[in-house]
Design a protein around this ligand. Structure first.
Ligand code: ADP
Ligand code: MG
Length: 239
């Protein structure tokens, strides 16, 4: 579904992503785990076509993003770290605007379906600017779902939420993972281990581990993912 080979990104002479390789199969949830500055958002911004790569290869549903960027983008729904929400619009107006951008034909049905899925029905007529952080995040997720993309890319979807909202958004992501291939990022381990089938641990732009949570534990000889993360990143830093 998604194949990334030897991805490299320089900002000027700073190497933000250093030779990262991973793949995600249909219906899988892949979690990017790494501290701030690891290169998670940069990698996601490349996959979604927001920024260009310096080197490497990215295929989305078999389409090389350099050969056919628009075709590749069509299968992606993206929730950026700071979703571009318009505070003056109601939730319905905002989703309708996103539907128009994405060329959805039956906008009313699309919005009704997505509002139901994301638990936005009760706030559909409220202005986005007046919503709680949790509902704003649901609105961002709803926008990513417009057009029913096969792949969802969610950058730190629970950042800034309170514990109850975090649990709700996690459940929603798990639910969405049944029908979509999902990549999400977080610097919080529990976040990633709660929902992911596979984990890509990134540190300072490098891939430290890419495997199922169980295999990462086993190969690091670790008791917990936390322990594995520390062992693997320290080993990496000593290279
Ligand atoms: P993460 O999302 O894991 O926190 P980022 O991908 O945002 O990490 O950043 C990776 C590295 O690239 C960091 O060192 C960051 O400072 C740097 N970086 C990110 N965006 C830019 C940019 N537009 N220009 C220069 N450096 C950047
Ligand atoms: Mg980030």
């Amino acid at each position: 579904m998604i194949e990334v080979k030897n991805l490299v990104k320089y900002y000027g002479d700073k190497k933000a992503v250093n030779n990262i390789t991973f793949s995600v199969g249909e219906g899988e949830i892949l979690g990017f785990l790494g501290p701030n500055g690891a290169g998670k958002s940069t990698t996601m911004n490349i996959l979604t076509g927001y920024i260009s790569m310096t080197g490497g290869e990215v295929r989305i549903c078999g389409i090389d993003i350099l050969d056919d960027p628009i075709g590749a983008k069509r299968s992606i729904g993206y929730l950026p770290e700071q979703p571009p929400l318009y505070p003056e619009m109601t939730v319905r107006e905002y989703l309708s605007f996103v539907c128009e951008l994405k060329g959805v034909s039956d906008i009313k049905t699309e919005i009704d379906d997505i509002a139901k899925k994301t638990g936005l029905k009760d706030v559909i007529s409220r202005r986005v600017g007046n919503l709680s952080k949790g509902y704003k995040q649901r609105t961002g997720l709803a926008a990513a779902l417009v057009g029913d993309p096969k792949v969802l890319i969610l950058d730190e979807p629970t950042v800034g939420l309170d514990p109850n909202q975090i649990i709700e958004i996690r459940e929603l992501i798990k639910e969405l993972g049944k029908e979509h291939t999902v990549i999400l990022s977080s610097h919080i381990l529990q976040e990633i281990s709660a929902v992911s089938d596979k984990i890509l641990i990134i540190n300072k732009g490098r891939s430290v581990a890419f495997d199922t949570p169980e295999n990462i534990l086993r190969s690091a000889g670790a008791e917990s993912l936390e322990d594995a993360f520390i062992k693997l990143t320290v080993k990496e830093e000593l290279r």
